[in-house]
Write a protein that binds this ligand. Structure first.
Ligand code: PEP
Length: 242
């Protein structure tokens, strides 16, 4: 059975006061969808204390377990703080920090070694979509970023077209369906449990468009940025998935 997951990425937003939003989410009666919130690293320990049924994740991890990497956080540290998920390969990390597919693969392996479930992000730029290269780009990212040994338990894929993140623009349902069908086929051919891996869509998901996106075949949930910051918005998205 494929899991259904609503994952929120707070990015570089949030202080202790923001945990009130998490407490509101934690008070929900859990439905069939798994709820995940990835706050900034500074909030993980405190978030875990208030999360109830909501799983807590990191937004990134270093590929090494420890060492001379000033400012970085290892997967082991995330796990020690109580996180059970980590995002790897977000397009903002790929762009702002020059992360390559090989870097994303190394971070993903580190997440697994620490016992975390990894939400690995892929997605094309607007220029790549306009050039008709979307499936080539996503296929190359899956080939280069997803390490051998992935299972439906340990890996979740988020398809996030870069041009849809934080812009209010969303691909058509047909476009989302085409990429998700392609990812399902690619992962099923490579991994024994690929047909059960949760495939999330991410990019300007809101309560108002979530239900139609979740109605697309092979969309098993969402990775949500802006609309995950308020429990009322994120709750609306979870309602659409439950
Ligand atoms: C994201 O950053 O992963 C994301 C999907 O952002 P937003 O929902 O704000 O587009």
């Amino acid at each position: 059975m494929t899991r259904k997951i609503a994952a929120g990425n707070w990015k570089m937003n949030g202080t202790g006061a923001s945990l009130a939003e998490l407490e509101t989410l934690a008070a929900r009666t859990p439905g069939t969808a798994e709820m995940v919130i990835c706050p900034p690293a500074t909030l993980i320990s405190r978030a875990v204390d208030k999360a109830g049924p909501v799983a807590i994740g990191g937004q990134d991890c270093h590929a090494a377990a420890s060492g001379a990497h000033t400012g970085d956080v290892s997967a082991e540290m995330l796990r020690d703080a109580g996180a059970t998920y980590v995002i790897t390969g977000h397009s903002e990390r790929r762009a702002d920090h020059g992360e390559s597919d090989a870097d994303v693969a190394a971070k993903t392996r580190a997440g697994w070694e620490a016992g975390l479930t990894v939400i690995l992000c892929v997605g094309e730029s607007l220029a790549e979509r306009e050039a008709g290269r979307t499936l080539d780009v996503v296929g190359a990212q899956l080939a280069g970023s997803v390490p051998d040994g992935a299972t439906a338990e340990t890996l979740v894929i988020a398809y996030e077209p870069i041009w849809a993140i934080g812009t209010g623009k969303v691909p058509s349902l047909e476009e989302i369906g085409e990429v998700h069908a392609f990812m399902r086929k690619t992962l099923s051919e490579r991994f024994a449990t690929g047909s059960d891996m949760a495939l999330l869509y991410g990019g300007s998901v809101k309560p108002g468009n979530a239900a139609e996106i979740f109605g697309v075949a092979d969309v098993d949930g969402a990775l949500v940025g802006g609309a995950s910051l308020k429990a009322s918005d994120f709750g609306g998205i979870i309602d659409a998935l439950d």
